[in-house]
Write a protein that binds this ligand. Structure first.
Ligand code: ADP
Ligand code: MG
Length: 275
């Protein structure tokens, strides 16, 4: 039986927040895994020189011979960089520290903000990349040229926000940047949604932050909140998404609910039979 994957529309989501440690990478890995588990064909693009998404998905540094650096630098095709993970239907284009130098190398290039968009335009042209239905771009913790490339390439931005005191600080700046990119470079760009991460229901502050973010961002905030969960933070050191490390833990279950909510919000029909 031929999979009907290529028939599904492609959605490109950028996971962005210039703050570090808010759950971008964790969400790229685990939302990616959850979407794959419910039948989507998912590609994670690691655009952070730290390469945490690549490590967390079990891609050994030595296995990153072709990385997002070569792809963005025009030295390799995306198809050459895409590698499968232990999760069926989930692939990744890994990153290396080489990405750190890319910004400077691209600075004078007229297409510097459009590199990733141009790369993703060719997705359908290679058999290795043609079937993806979701691309999740894991951005670095900065509003630098790499993040701008993600915003220019994406259909929508997903913003992970940590439920802590300074959560809203910086959000306005991120929203301004999204607005500028939409006005100048990518008119179709929307805010996909805000995902509250590391939520602790026993913590009054956590509850207060949730209330503040919901009143500021309204409908854009996902119902599903990702709880603070030790299994989620342990999983990357095993090179596994939380959903493979401990499917039953509260964190994995939350990411599964988030994946359903994402699909529902986009008005997508669920993928046929996730084998
Ligand atoms: P970012 O990519 O935004 O810098 P990460 O996803 O790397 O953030 O998360 C920062 C740290 O917090 C990591 O050590 C990660 O394992 C941990 N973490 C993320 N989400 C959770 C969670 N829901 N519960 C517990 N720890 C988490
Ligand atoms: Mg990260």
């Amino acid at each position: 039986v031929q999979p009907a994957a290529s028939a599904r529309p492609l959605r490109i989501l950028a996971l962005a927040n210039q703050k570090g440690g808010v759950g971008k990478t964790t969400t790229a890995i685990n939302l990616g895994t959850a979407l794959a588990a419910i039948g989507e064909q998912v590609l994670v693009i690691d655009l952070d020189p730290q390469g945490n998404a690549s490590t967390g998905l079990g891609i050994d540094r030595r296995a990153r011979r072709v990385s997002t650096y070569e792809v963005m630098a025009g030295e390799a095709t995306l198809a050459q960089a895409v590698v499968p993970t232990a999760v069926p239907r989930l692939s990744i284009a890994a990153s290396t520290m080489d990405l750190l130098g890319l910004e400077l190398e691209m600075a004078q290039s007229p297409d510097r903000a459009h590199r990733l968009r141009n790369v993703l335009k060719g997705l359908a042209d290679a058999p290795e990349t043609a079937g993806f239905s979701y691309v999740l771009i894991d951005c670095p913790p900065s509003l630098n040229l790499l993040t701008i490339n993600a915003l220019v390439a994406a259909d929508a931005v997903m913003v992970p926000l940590q439920c802590e005191f300074f959560a809203l600080e910086g959000l306005s700046q991120l929203l301004r940047t999204v607005e500028q990119v939409r006005a100048a470079l990518n008119p179709k760009l929307t805010i996909q949604g805000v995902v509250l991460t590391m939520f602790d229901p026993r913590n009054n502050l956590s509850n207060q932050v949730v209330a503040d973010v919901r009143s500021f961002m309204g409908e854009k905030v996902y119902e599903t909140m990702i709880p603070r969960n030790v299994r989620i933070s342990e999983a990357p050191s095993h090179g596994k998404p939380a959903l493979l490390y401990d499917l039953k833990c509260a964190g994995s279950q939350a990411y599964l609910r988030l994946a359903s909510e994402v699909i529902q919000r986009e008005g997508r029909v669920p993928a046929p039979a996730a084998a």
